[in-house]
Design a protein around this ligand. Structure first.
Ligand SMILES: NC(=O)c1ccc[n+]([C@@H]2O[C@H](COP(=O)([O-])OP(=O)(O)OC[C@H]3O[C@@H](n4cnc5c(N)ncnc54)[C@H](OP(=O)(O)O)[C@@H]3O)[C@@H](O)[C@H]2O)c1
Length: 269
């Protein structure tokens, strides 16, 4: 009788242990994998911004994509964790974004939003249209507002969010068009000089104490098949942005204040 009770007790104890182990395994499996960090990408509703959002979202980052018209950003909504409104030329818009993000950490800020001008891309018909004869003041100033001042003031507005990160990374998507010692053809004055200007800002931001220990870099994405780059471009946005994501993840202090090509090579200013 005593032996039978002991045997039953052993069976009961083993069952309890088995149930406990099964529950623990189930708990581990149900636990969502912690996010690798938060990345905010401007101009994320199409082109390179959308492709980069996809790359980060697929690798378990918390992605905040911004768009001038979030209600129309259908593709981005399928990908990003948050879709927020931002016009990089508007102080009110930047303030509203900062208010929405108050208290949240941003580990990676990608200033991607860009404007080429009223005509189409370099190497296409628009290239010839924007020579000095036809260039307008508004083309130059609009390019500066989006491509040069935009990244500076978006970064300024998000300083508290960036400083909350252990190692903030601030990326400016620039262009080889901004390289000073390289002009095979005339045209695209506004675009080209606005990218040269923002490259200068990168160098200054990299030594600005207001940005703490941030790493600030300019990245040229290569010629891509987007609305801006046109159909004849060599790269697809997915190809280029896959490499840009790898480059961003691998950024260290030795990259700080530098101008990098999407494949990781150093570019001249
Ligand atoms: N594609 C290339 O070959 C190439 C080469 C070198 C550098 N880049 C650079 O890469 C970046 C992305 O280019 P992309 O080819 O993806 O261009 P894109 O297809 O023309 O997309 C531009 C993005 O910027 C946004 N944007 C424009 N003005 C804005 C503003 N005021 N505020 C907020 N967002 C604004 C657009 O929003 P809306 O949809 O509302 O217009 C869109 O989301 C740009 O900085 C560009 O200069 C591109």
């Amino acid at each position: 009788m005593k032996n039978k009770m002991l045997a039953n007790y052993r069976i009961f104890a083993k069952s309890l242990l088995a149930m406990f182990l099964l529950c623990s395994i189930a708990d581990v499996q149900a636990e969502p994998e912690a996010k690798k960090g938060t990345v905010l990408i401007t101009g994320a509703n199409r082109g390179l911004g959308l492709a980069l959002s996809k790359q980060f979202a697929a690798d378990n980052y918390h992605v905040i994509g911004t768009a001038r018209s979030p209600e129309k950003a259908t593709e981005l909504k399928k990908v990003a964790n948050e879709v927020l409104a931002l016009d990089v030329t508007s102080d009110e818009s930047i303030k509203a974004l900062a208010k929405t993000l108050n208290g949240k950490t941003i580990d990676i800020l990608v200033n991607n939003a860009g404007y080429f001008g009223p005509t189409l891309g370099l190497g296409t018909e628009r290239d010839k249209s924007a020579t000095l004869k036809t260039l307008t003041r508004s083309e130059v100033l609009d390019c500066f507002a989006v491509n040069s001042a935009g990244p500076i003031f978006v970064t300024q507005g998000l300083i508290p969010n960036l400083l909350a990160s252990k190692q903030p990374k601030i990326i400016i998507i620039s262009s080889r068009s901004g390289i000073i010692n390289q002009s095979r053809s005339a045209g695209a004055y506004g675009y080209r000089i606005s990218k040269t200007a923002v490259n200068r800002a990168v160098k200054i931001m990299s030594v600005d104490k207001a940005l703490g220990n941030s790493i600030v870099v300019a990245i040229a994405p290569g010629h891509n098949q987007t609305d801006m780059g046109g159909d004849r471009a060599k790269l697809t946005p997915d190809q280029s942005m896959k490499m840009v994501k790898t480059l961003i993840e691998g950024l260290t202090k030795k990259h700080d204040g530098g101008f990098w090509y999407y494949d990781g090579k150093k570019l001249p200013w």
